[in-house]
Ligand binder design. Structure first.
Ligand code: AVI
Length: 316
């Protein structure tokens, strides 16, 4: 019985994280990178978000794969190295195994520890597929290690996480994906589409307040990592669709005049002032297709749901 291999490429340096957080808080407007949303509790809250009736992206994307995976597989062909970016529980890729029939599976996530259990269980179900877990942060640069192997690569980036990059960073990421795919490489990517404001805003501000908890959890991280004295009850979750920028923005809005203190710094916030915590860009099919072509992909195919709320692109 083969067993998966694991490598950890990058480790966060606490001092660098503290500096990044302080710099963000001192900015105008104040901001905190969305990468801090995902500690153990934040990741569980995000999983809960994906179960909410208002948060349509996860289930809409799943329905697109359920309906069209055989057509995607026919274009991609069997025997690929399937490279899963942000693999987490590896569940989305695992659903594709029977139709895509990869020869090799490379799961990439920020920490290799997130991948150990999932990969071990996937390996038991698919003993014929070689498996590798890679701990890497590809949010600033997508560079796969040599161990990811050759062969025809299929990069898999579901979940519309590309929307959490600025369009410039998204273009950079797509260019790197094209390069990392190599000759004969392909990219299968999920993208959330522009739609009516109330649908979008409800998806990011649900009545059960799970997304509010997900956002407010950032303050707990600020306190733990930076030694900050933020009180959760002093902030309100705000999610709004910025139509001009075509993005949902999440903010933490001060409920009163207050000052945040941490060793070596402080930041005053007036009542109503916000800390910007996340952008989630929404694309049109034509707009994202243009971005793929600008990144150097020559052939693209797109599948959407009936309402055209979400799209999956295959680019090669
Ligand atoms: C992970 N990412 C695609 C989610 C999104 O929809 O932008 C993160 C999220 N933020 C609030 N709800 C979900």
């Amino acid at each position: 019985m083969p067993s998966p291999q694991f490598i950890q490429l990058h480790r966060e340096d606490d001092a660098a994280l503290r500096q990044e957080l302080a710099q963000g808080l001192l900015g105008q407007p104040a901001s905190v990178s969305p990468k801090f949303l995902y500690d153990a509790l934040g990741s569980r809250l995000f999983d809960a978000i994906t179960e909410l009736p208002e948060y349509y992206p996860t289930r809409t994307e799943r329905a697109i794969f359920d309906a069209h995976a055989p057509a995607m597989a026919a274009l991609v062909g069997p025997g690929r190295t399937l490279i899963d970016l942000g693999a987490g529980s590896c569940e989305k890729a695992a659903r594709l195994f029977p139709v895509m029939q990869p020869a090799r599976y490379v799961a990439v996530d920020i920490s290799v520890d997130y991948l150990r259990q999932a990969l071990a269980s996937l390996q038991r179900q698919h003993p014929g597929v070689e498996m590798l877990g890679v701990g890497a942060d590809f949010s600033s640069a997508l560079e796969l290690p040599r161990e990811a192997g050759g062969g025809e690569r299929l990069l898999f980036y579901p979940g519309s996480s590309i929307g959490n990059f600025t369009p410039e960073a998204a273009l950079r990421f797509l260019r790197q994906a094209r390069q990392e795919g190599g000759a004969g490489g392909a990219l299968l990517i999920g993208v959330d589409l522009v739609k009516a404001r109330p649908v979008l805003e409800l998806a990011y501000d649900d009545p059960l307040q799970v997304t509010a908890a997900f956002n407010l959890n950032l303050l707990r991280r600020l306190n733990a990592l930076l030694g900050c004295d933020a009180r959760l009850e002093d902030f309100a979750h705000v999610a709004l669709f910025n139509e001009a920028a075509s993005r949902i923005e999440m903010h933490l809005q001060a409920r009163r005049d207050l000052t945040l203190h941490w060793p070596g710094g402080e930041r005053r916030l007036a009542a109503g002032e916000r800390i910007h915590t996340e952008n989630s860009y929404k694309y049109t099919v034509g707009g994202f297709d243009g971005l793929l072509r600008e990144a150097g992909f020559a052939r693209t195919t797109c599948w959407t749901d009936e309402r055209r709320w979400f799209a999956v692109f295959l680019a090669s």
